[in-house]
Design a protein around this ligand. Structure first.
Ligand SMILES: C[S@@+](CC[C@H](N)C(=O)[O-])C[C@H]1O[C@@H](n2cnc3c(N)ncnc32)[C@H](O)[C@@H]1O
Length: 347
């Protein structure tokens, strides 16, 4: 279960002290209604109270999704040690926290957003953060669609903001973000068919600019999924009392679905040697079955049979979004290999 960094949770709790839960609930409801209706933050987050309601009701989920994606980047590029970060459409600094947590090497951070209430909240929430970069970001109140220059940064994150840009500007903004990326560009969107379509369009733009796609795709080929299927992932996060109040929720957790893309400069790139699991693996007494996007650019169900005991035991621990390696030497992972060991096995 994903958790917020303790300091961020405590900073949100401190701002909630003495505030009416009814007011929080009303503001969070307006924000969520506006998002569902396709409106942008600008129209609905107008003042500090709205930004705080977003931080209570949406930030935990967007943080969990961005953190999950950055962990995939760390997995694929363990030696990547970004010094500078750029959080675009930063809101209350959600991705900034995820960057600082995933990459302690970060020493400078720029946050760009067109909403003053959000940027002010980002600064307040990070006032006591351990990371100096997080505590003292450079903030730019700017419209992404304008021509304002973006600082060259090792790591650039656009979290849940592409949807807020008018469709004709999205490709141009992705191009500008890539131009500002010295190492890795991460884009995260809601895990809806529409969010996936925006990710696909961004992927095309980036491949056209010679970017290398590091995740989730284990290949550079066109996406093999066919509508109505779409590539998305999920992360489970726990809810605080205020989070539950903001959403009038009864469960102590929620599942956030998201789509994403990590594109890197060629110097950081390594070919994937494992496929990506595209749904919750199903475990039966016979096998673990996982829908897998493979390194060859195709999607298939991979089976890890129970008779391959160590591989089966390992596969039972795999989750949606994890990597799964298939290979001819599956038997090496098996304490008692069968002579007819299937090639569709955990390596
Ligand atoms: C849904 S919020 C996401 C905030 C944060 N990244 C997160 O994941 O929680 C979208 C953010 O994008 C910002 N945004 C939308 N359009 C923008 C634009 N044209 N220029 C700059 N920021 C923009 C909004 O102000 C808002 O902070």
């Amino acid at each position: 279960m994903a958790e917020l960094p303790a300091a961020l949770g405590a900073a949100i709790d401190a701002l909630m002290e003495g505030r009416q839960r009814g007011d929080l609930h009303a503001r969070a409801g307006r924000i969520s209604h506006a998002y569902r209706a396709g409106a942008t933050s600008t129209g609905v987050v107008r003042e500090a109270g709205d930004a705080l309601a977003y931080a209570v009701s949406r930030l935990p989920a967007t943080y969990a999704a961005v953190r999950h994606v950055l962990d995939r980047l760390v997995e694929r590029c363990p030696d990547f040690a970004p010094a500078s970060g750029l959080d675009v459409g930063a809101g209350p600094g959600t991705a900034s926290w995820a960057m600082a947590e995933a990459f302690p090497t970060l020493s400078a951070l720029t946050q760009v957003d067109c909403n003053r209430a959000f940027l002010d909240l980002a600064r307040t929430l990070a006032a006591d953060a351990v990371s100096t970069a997080l505590r003292q970001p450079v903030q730019r109140l700017a419209d992404l669609v304008g021509k304002a220059p973006l600082p060259q940064s090792d790591l650039v994150v656009l979290g849940y903001a592409l949807a807020e840009l008018a469709q004709p500007s999205q490709g141009e903004v992705v191009e500008r973000l890539w131009a500002a990326t010295a190492g890795a560009l991460v884009i995260v969107e809601p895990g809806t068919p529409a969010g996936y379509q925006r990710i696909l369009a961004a992927r095309d733009v980036l491949i056209g600019l010679q970017a290398k796609i590091l995740a989730p795709c284990p290949h550079q080929a066109p996406c093999p999924l066919v509508a109505p299927d779409w590539c998305h992932f999920a992360v489970r996060l726990s809810r605080s009392r205020d989070h539950m109040a903001a959403k009038a929720a009864t469960l102590g957790y929620e599942d956030e679905k998201f789509s994403y893309l990590v594109a890197v400069r060629p110097a950081l790139f390594k070919e994937a040697n494992a496929g990506r699991i595209l749904d919750r693996p199903e475990t039966s007494k016979i096998a673990v079955a996982a829908k897998l996007c493979g390194t060859d650019g195709t999607v298939a169900v991979a089976l890890v049979p129970r008779r391959q005991k160590p591989a089966y035991a390992a596969a039972r621990r795999l989750r949606w979004g994890d990597e799964l390696r298939l290979g001819r030497n599956a038997a090496e992972a098996d304490a008692s290999p069968e002579p007819d060991a299937s090639p569709d096995c955990l390596d």
